[in-house]
Design a protein around this ligand. Sequence first.
Ligand code: CDP
Ligand code: MG
Length: 138
Amino acid sequence: MKQRTLTILKPDTVARRNCGAVISRLEQEGFEILAGRMLRLSEEQAMAFYAVHKDKPFYRPLVEFMTSGPVWPMALERDNAIEHLRKVMGATDPAKAAPGTIRQQFATSIERNAIHGSDSPENARIELSFFFSAAELA
Ligand code: CDP
Ligand code: MG
């Protein structure tokens, strides 16, 4: 069944000019790009997006990283999109990411790990509406 998920090309991917390669990989995986727009997150926005991690030691540096340069959020659609994106992304830590995954290929650290993907249907809904209006996703 078709499902939607949110991805974000993180600041490291934009800075290292890997956007084209990552988007190409996502298209090859059968994802349709429904919406997308490059933008710079404010500190407040980054804090809100990652609020679930607010008590973790990596929260503050993560917010700094995510606001350090432009990001490129996209709404993606595919069968089983949420689970499939997580599989194609690979593990959070690129040292543990499976061969051929985006993070194994493009991430440079557990923090600078190239790409975000929603982790559940509930979070996909919340995260899609964080960046995109209903009209943009219609
Ligand atoms: O992105 P993912 O769902 O795989 O991981 P997470 O546990 O939800 O963490 C969110 C983001 O925080 C990661 O993608 C990393 O950028 C960062 N992080 C970090 O800097 N250090 C960690 N030990 C764990 C996560
Ligand atoms: Mg997560």
